[in-house]
Design a protein around this ligand. Structure first.
Ligand code: 13P
Length: 287
């Protein structure tokens, strides 16, 4: 059932669990998420970055694929198709194509410009019943082999952006995308508390879900995080399972080269990790 992310996050925030944003990259990823959420009766947000959308054949292809699979598998749990780190132009294109949720990431603009553009995106999305996520305090990650430390958001800026009426809000609290460096300091719970206080109980979003210890994620949920984004971890388990299959020579046995066989271990590995995340976030049977 395709819906905006608004109501599922309000419910999660009120009841104290987290909804996963699982980023999708292709058919296998989408099938793995949709079949698992239905089995476990968990709500979910499908994250689609602009790069992944382009890879899959554009926003309309993504919407058509998700809608058709949702129907094929008889999915009754709430599912949102969410643009991840959307540009200003990309936000309007994804909205037009039928995305049910949009993240406009204006964190790289000067603050006043982020604010003005977020307001425009909110007005356009809310007119169509589509939810919006905004970001303050850029969430970094590995670029050109250098892993940047996560930024810490300014709570005053968070308050101002939250007042635009966004449905969920990502603030940098030392989190980063991809793998964490060995000397990572952990999440900054002081900032998280402060951000939740000044933003009047808006559901908060934790980016960079891969590699954050479960206890820290649970603590973040208890302090107001209602959406946790996971991308890299699925890519890692998919690659490892596929590598094992090939290294064991299974693609050379019988028709082991058939993609339906070759991709099966990676597919199952993704389903397993999705289940593990839902257990940690507490979203099973919360649909
Ligand atoms: P990871 O790739 O670190 O799991 O982060 C995902 C994310 O935050 C997408 O916006």
């Amino acid at each position: 059932m395709l819906v905006s992310a608004r109501d599922m996050l309000i419910k999660a925030h009120k009841e104290g669990y987290g909804v996963a944003q699982i980023n999708i990259n292709n058919l296998e990823w989408t099938k793995a998420v949709l079949t698992t959420v239905q089995e476990l009766q968990s709500p979910v947000i499908l994250g689609v970055s602009e790069g992944a959308a382009k890879y899959m054949g554009g926003y309309k292809t993504v919407v058509a694929m998700v809608k058709a699979l949702d129907e094929f598998y008889g999915v009754t749990v709430p599912v949102a198709i969410h643009l991840d780190h959307g540009s200003y132009e990309g936000s309007f294109k994804a909205l037009e194509a039928g995305f049910t949720s949009i993240m406009f990431d204006g964190s790289h603009y000067p603050f006043e410009e982020n604010l003005a553009k977020t307001k425009e995106v909110v007005a356009a999305c809310h007119a169509k019943g589509v939810s919006v996520e905004a970001e303050v305090g850029s969430i970094g990650g590995e670029e050109d082999g250098v892993i940047g430390m996560g930024e810490i958001a300014d709570p005053v800026e968070c308050k101002t952006i939250a007042e635009t009426g966004v449905d969920m809000f990502a603030a940098g609290i030392g989190n980063i995308h991809g793998k964490y460096p060995a000397n990572w300091q952990g999440l900054n719970f002081e900032t998280l508390k402060e951000v939740q206080d000044v933003t009047n109980g808006i559901p908060l979003v934790l980016h960079g879900g891969t590699g954050i210890p479960a206890e820290q994620v649970k603590k973040a949920i208890s302090l107001g995080v209602s959406k946790i984004n996971v991308n890299t971890e699925l890519q890692l388990v998919f690659a490892a399972a596929t590598r094992k299959y090939i290294e064991e020579g299974k693609d050379n046995q019988g028709k082991g080269y058939d993609p339906r066989k070759l991709l099966a271990p990676g597919y199952q590995a993704m389903k397993d990790i999705i289940k593990e995340k839902f257990e940690i976030f507490g979203s099973i049977n919360k649909a």
